[in-house]
Design a protein around this ligand. Structure first.
Ligand code: AMP
Ligand code: GLY
Length: 443
């Protein structure tokens, strides 16, 4: 029997933990720190890992926990611990951790690293230039014209990107990032990019240093409001598969994007291991351009993708850790679609402590057609007997209602029906998740 530790607290981690718990070989899935959903999931329990030694690195609490609880594998959800080297630290301690090393995680941790890496390895991406000075940045914007894209260099939880329609908006973004420091240290350097046109898709793989296992394709909706308007968020919903990724596009992405990453990281002496997420813009001709790399699974893409996964996640990670990833996995042929319910004020702010009503009973999910993954949720009273009635909001993205159905529009309807029954003060969600794919289905 196996014990697994999942690091993180979002919808992605709930979906990873749920998939791991389904495997009969698994005894316990610990989630650090987890959310109300992972606490309620059978075989899963949340753990709070804090180091007792003030002088120890922040990774030491994780390592201690693994050693004291016979953890067979660690699956790291979010980027932050990957960028600071949790996988390196676990390996040094003899613990099996699935994810990229700190070196490889720079693909997400630094936009400048990623852009230079793509340039050196002929990976198609938008033309760009990096700046630390507002005056020079604005001069470049004048030269290029709008629309143009301004990005904070470091990690900004998907929110440090401004797609400026006008020169004025671009100036404002520069002032925010370079002069006003709205994004903190992440914005002390900016990357200014050519605006790419086309349809977006998320292409996520598992990589074991040499073998590549593509996950089912997906697409997320980054803008806060319907019609893909409003500010960028971490993602307001996603679906899988993404019809824009045809067989031809798939082959191009593997040959022009993913394989070059694997080869270049090997040549640099830093084999890429873990999930790799390429955020792509697919143009009219079906040519892919990389918008960004993430060194982890996507959120909310994980939720619909893992709804469709029929292979054991635990087996795949074990094979990945052993350098023996297969080239494909088993997927439900039906599409899946997830709708994020966010809290009041998201993405600028978020609200905590609002009581969530209308969550389906766990048993309601037994037909496996709809699953409510939790993200920013907690219990108002951790001692309450009927804990399901005490779930409250605890962050920006609160839930992701995910449905499997025969078509993307049926999955959207099934997810909307459950979403509409859930309520809390200030709840907001988009009713049009999947609209690109639904338009294709209807035409
Ligand atoms: P990123 O955090 O780099 O993925 O950017 C967030 C979102 O901004 C992307 O998902 C796109 O919708 C948009 N975006 C970023 N870069 C570009 C670009 N060069 N051209 C057009 N849209 C972009
Ligand atoms: N859904 C986009 C991301 O995970 O960054």
């Amino acid at each position: 029997m196996m014990n697994i530790l999942v690091i993180g607290s979002g919808g992605r981690e709930h979906a990873l933990a749920w998939q791991c718990a389904k495997d009969d070989k698994v005894n316990n899935v610990y989630v650090a720190p987890g959310n109300a959903g992972t606490a309620l999931e059978p075989k899963c329990q949340n753990v709070v890992l804090v180091s007792t030694d003030e002088n120890a690195s922040e990774h030491s609490a994780i390592i201690d926990f693994c050693q004291n609880n016979a953890i067979d594998m660690v699956i790291v959800g979010p980027e932050a611990p990957l960028v600071t080297g949790i996988v390196d630290a676990c390996r040094d301690a003899g613990i099996k951790a699935w994810g990229p090393t700190a070196y490889c995680a720079q693909l997400e941790g630094s936009k400048t690293f990623a852009k230079e890496f793509m340039e050196q390895n002929n990976i198609p991406t938008a033309a760009y230039k990096g700046f630390t000075e507002a005056v020079a940045a604005k001069a470049y914007i004048d030269e290029q014209g709008a629309p143009i894209v301004i990005k904070a260099d470091g990690l900004a939880a998907g929110k440090g990107v401004i797609v400026a329609e006008t020169i004025e908006q671009a100036y404002e973004a520069i002032d925010d990032m370079l002069a006003d420091n709205k994004f903190g240290d992440a914005g002390s350097r900016v990357v200014i990019e050519q605006f790419l046109q086309g349809e977006e898709a998320s292409f996520i793989c598992m990589i074991d240093g040499k073998n590549i296992l593509p996950m089912a394709t997906s697409q997320d909706h980054k803008r806060a409001f319907e019609g893909d308007t409003g500010p960028n968020t971490g993602g307001m919903g996603a679906y899988s598969p993404a019809p824009v990724v045809t067989q031809d596009v798939h082959e191009k992405v593997m040959a022009q994007v993913i394989q070059p990453v694997v080869d270049a990281m090997n040549n640099a002496g830093h084999p890429y291991t873990g999930f790799l997420y390429a955020g792509l813009m697919i143009d009219e001709a079906g040519d892919p351009y990389v918008i960004e790399f993430n060194c982890r699974f996507g959120d909310p893409e994980t939720q619909p993708i893992l709804m469709r996964l029929q292979s054991s996640m635990v087996d795949l990670v074990a094979q990945g850790l052993a350098g023996q990833l297969p080239s494909d996995a088993q997927w439900d042929s039906r599409p899946a679609l997830g709708i994020v319910i966010a809290s009041k004020g998201y993405p600028e702010t978020s609200s905590k402590g609002d009581v969530i009503a209308g969550l389906p009973e766990l048993d309601d999910n037994n037909d496996n057609a709809v699953k409510v993954f939790h993200a920013g949720t907690a219990f108002s009273d951790s001692d309450a007997i009927d804990r399901e009635k005490e779930v409250v909001t605890n962050g920006g993205r609160v839930l992701c209602v995910t449905a499997l159905a025969d078509s993307i529009s049926d999955a959207q309807q099934a997810a909307l029906a459950v979403t509409g029954a859930i309520s809390f003060d200030g709840a907001q969600y988009r009713r049009d998740i999947g609209h690109h794919a639904i338009a294709r289905e209807n035409s």
